[in-house]
Write a protein that binds this ligand. Sequence first.
Ligand code: C2E
Ligand code: CA
Ligand code: CA
Ligand code: CA
Length: 279
Amino acid sequence: VKEHGHDGWQFFSETLQEQAKQRLTIINGLRTAIERQELSALFQPIVTAETGRIAGAELLLRWQSASGPVSPAVFIPVAEMTGAIVPIGLWVFREACRAEAEWRHRWGETAPYVSVNVSARQLNEASLADEFAAILLESGADPTRLLLEITETSLMADVETNLRILRRLADLGLRVAVDDFGTGYSSLAQLTRLPVNVLKIDRAFVDGIEKSEESRTIIRAVIGIGRSLDLKLVAEGVETAGQHRELCTYGCDMIQGYYFHRPLDEKTFAEVFEREHTQ
Ligand code: C2E
Ligand code: CA
Ligand code: CA
Ligand code: CA
């Protein structure tokens, strides 16, 4: 320690201490986030590629902690580690069900479907399917209009276990999407065994469409896989007209990204949807 000099060592230890402190603040804060009503949901429109019209929405969680907003990229991994994601995930699913029922009541069959993220840690809870079933019942949501997004990495981490859980969720009528597809390692044989309805092409490949032949090749291959397995394809992170155009020529079904819409609070989402549907 001495060789690094007093100042250098002190700086190093303070940084680590600072990091540990921040982490503790997040861990503690997450425990009471629900009861303090610090969680909220944004809805990012998902549009039909051909028409650009809203077909669905992904629920994206936001946390306004006592010490300010914390990004999901920061608090979700911590919540997964501590297990706080289990009650938070139920809160999220309840919000998704409430939105689905309300929107369908208001807009009928043209109402958007609701996509909701489910983490691997939630899938490990033996009670998950029962809790989802109870929430579906009390909310009156239509399970076939709810899409559970599970990352490719968590799906493929334990295919046997997930197969059993996904079958139970599918029996409830819920739909399943493979999120961040292309970043993990799916074997096609395993993919065909899982009750999956949608592939979401990861933003990293969409990002490369106009820059790298490799990204284009991967996207075309993923769309080919999706087609042959009779799955719907959603591209995420679409930011430019060029990306949208390419994805259309490849035959991608749906688009999500800042080029069309950012994540919106529910009131704004409803306004945007109604404006679009009264034109
Ligand atoms: P994700 O599931 O891949 O969600 C998509 C992320 O990309 C969102 O970030 C969204 O705001 C962002 N995004 C959408 N369009 C664009 C675009 O055109 N360009 C760029 N640069 N970004 C775009 P967000 O909301 O910060 O969420 C980050 C991650 O946190 C999510 O990635 C998901 O893994 C996790 N997350 C968010 N909400 C939940 C939740 O309710 N439960 C769980 N388990 N995880 C969640
Ligand atoms: Ca997602
Ligand atoms: Ca994603
Ligand atoms: Ca992602």
